[in-house]
Design a protein around this ligand. Sequence first.
Ligand code: C2O
Ligand code: CU
Length: 465
Amino acid sequence: MPALTRRTLLKASAATAASFALGAGLAARPGTAAPLTLKAQFSAAKIAEGSAETRVMTWGLGDTQALSGVPPVLRMRQGQPFAARLVNALDEPTTVHWHGLRIPNAMDGVPEMTQPYVYPGDGFDYAFTPPDAGTFWYHPHCNTLTQMGHGMTGVIVVENPADPVFDAEIVLNLRDWRLGADGSFIAPFKPRDAARGGTYGTVRTANWQRAPQFEAPAGGLVRLRIAATDVTRIYTLGIDAPTSILALDSNALPLPLSLDTLDLGPGQRADLVVRMPDGEGQTVTLGNLRGSSPWTIATLVARGSSLKRDLAEAGALAQNPIARPEIAGAERIPLDVTATAEHKAVESICGSLGYTFWAINKVPWPGDTPDPVAPLAELKLGRSYVFEIANRTPHAHPIHLHGLTFHVLSSNKRTVLPPPTDTILLQPDEQAELALVADNPGDWMLHCHIIEHQKTGMSSYLRIV
Ligand code: C2O
Ligand code: CU
């Protein structure tokens, strides 16, 4: 296990907004009897420097205007039905994908593949029962580089009433924005970057604020639910206070693991517990250590007299009911993630970037055209499979599978942590073995969550029948 680090890695930033409580806008709580209305809409948000407002895309709950622009944190309960009606008040088609939730295929939100496009003025009813607890997120699956880039990335918390209770909980939705000085959006990508690691934003935020500050009880244990929802950025998180990892991609570690640094790619989540300092006003900095100049993502400020907790009091979260694959005798299926020279930009109602740079098993596909390619493989319901995935590129790719959770058996590049996942951050030239039980029937997308890579070919799907 990596040792606890208490580095003062970053200077606390000149804090902008102070925020109490949960950190991310309106929260929809479980137990609301009627299905909630999730209205896709435009809204104004202050993200850029100065007072310029940005016309973001977001969702509002019911008829409430999405005031701050931050999508509501949706709270569900493990094993309890959830229902939401998507109403489209945008000026283009959209859908909702519930990233990481193992729900029926018809609820998965992929236009053409699992449901029709939801055109402006139309709606779609989603209803499902989340089988797993943890931190998840939601986003459209149509014109995603624009819709997600312009703000449609929200956090989902699925509660397990048996979870340990902490002194505070803060939800952090990490992402960037491609904004010009006047606060309006600039071109969502540069082709030469899409053919490499992806195009970065110009403004870096947590909960739509630059380096926000949150208050938390001094000496207390704070649960951070972090979701990396940016379309491009891979984070390397570090915290200058004693911290343990509780869960990765919604799945608990068997025992909390001391945090040294943690790589988190687009689509991934981390549940951490931080032990706040004892002194009133002392700060804890969550930083991004990737690249040459570390920067502050958010700051926590200790308030009140110390609760004098011990980080070792933080127990493990409950395991989700993920089936254990039978490895011996499982069919093995290669998945090659490569660049491609084959140009095959196809028009789509969900937008095309007009370029093809990437492929899975040699076939490039942007993922949302009316004429899907053949599935990567057809799996038999209930059987176990091992995927031999190979990243044959010099770039990292967060590869996400819809509707199922897989176990990472091995990697030639790193030590594998125990929790199963829905998104593996493949390092350059990494080869890994992924195993799963094909226990959810339907067509399930498998794609890179660097959206430029997805939309320029690094996308495909598995069929389970
Ligand atoms: Cu986060 Cu295809 O999804
Ligand atoms: Cu990628």
